[in-house]
Design a protein around this ligand. Sequence first.
Ligand SMILES: [Zn+2]
Length: 486
Amino acid sequence: MEVIMHHLRQRILPHLPRTFTTSCKSHSSCAAGHAPKPTLVDSISRPSTHLPLVSRLFQPSNLRDVGQESRAQGEMTCKSQRLMQQAGLIHPSNPGCYYILPATVRSMEKLVRLIDQEMQRIGGQKLDMPSLCSAELWRRSERWDLMGKELFRLRDRHGAEYCLGPTHEEAVTELLASQGTLSYRQLPLMLYQMTRKFRDEPKPRFGLLRGREFYMKDMYTFDVSEEAAYHTYESVCQAYNRLFSRLGLRIVQVQADTGKIGGKLSHEFQLPADIGEDRLLVCGSCSFSANVETMEPGRTDCPQCQVGTLVESKGIEVGHTFYLGTKYSHIFNATFNNTQNKPAVTEMGCFGLGVTRILAAAIEVMSTEEAIRWPGLLAPYQVCVLPPKRGSKVDEVAGLSEEVALFLGEALPSLRGEVVLDDRTQMTIGKRLKDASQLGYPYVVALGQKATEEIPRFEVICQQTGETMFLSRDGLVDLLRRVETV
Ligand SMILES: [Zn+2]
């Protein structure tokens, strides 16, 4: 980074207007007779903040239009996939597998932090379980055969069979059982992980929405009774709703089928979207909604309020909750000592969130055909600063751009590492504004004519609202102070 900064300074400093160099700070010492102008140099001692430069970011497609070519090959199956590939956020490898490129990893890490906050707030404890799961465990639950071709199976050098875990009910219940009998005082126990999962999809499609390798948050809960398990179930559903509301995603929580996981009660968290693969029935009058699969065919009247009409819509499943009862705890003997000091079988729940899927689904529903829009909290970078084109009339504010970018990180700790400088000054500001719009930085700060005025003003574009304003440095700080980061 030192080296980059050095190059940057070498390139920029010779063009700096003299008002921004120390020799021009006072009337007397300025040989050129420049009037003193407000300067940012005073507020910055040495640039200690990391300032990412757009020209150095590893976004291989670098906004070249790969759309045409790949659409012709019939690979682009939806908007989020096309936009993410065009923007250099993901890169395809094997069918249903992607390289997750640096900007997307930043975004995913933010989502992981957000999920951690919500899971730990209700008492969740994070752990990490092996992806290699022994066939023996899966045979005990009878899912080795039940899962059929969806399971990736392999053998080790000794001939022992394994699968690459798509879910971990067996593993976590076995783990609990191996600890001996717990006390009722230790329950509820809520264990979760966020790891890579594997599923041999017959037809992987829609980019990160339906892959064969993906990140999932899976939580497993253990309770003393059915009643307590329902209480836990409810608290996880509330945590999910809080999470989606912080992301600004309007989610529908629908009653669902328990499928291959098994159990008694289940909900899906669906994000309504045209490309969604799930069909939902949503009541127009009350909060009732259900997956079509769980309803009697052709039903249009609401079973909850009796007055509303059910309307069908499509959704992307981004979360799923199950009350499992004792299905797995009974098989693996995960018990606890109750208040009478008698052993009893724990009541379980399991709760999934598609981490990579939430990211792609959010992009799918928030973006336009041309431009990516993120949930504010998840944007890879919050602010992009645009210096003018090299050699343009206002080239003199090029150095000020770098200072502004560094200053924001220093003045606002929450924006540290969140500000990038689009140093591709061989390109016009218009072209770079278009790129910035396509990548969806929530805030774009462009330096043009108004930045050369006595009190420099910056053009600020809030890409979430489409608003443009001209702000002084203080105005900019006031605006960005309100930006929430995670
Ligand atoms: Zn209703």
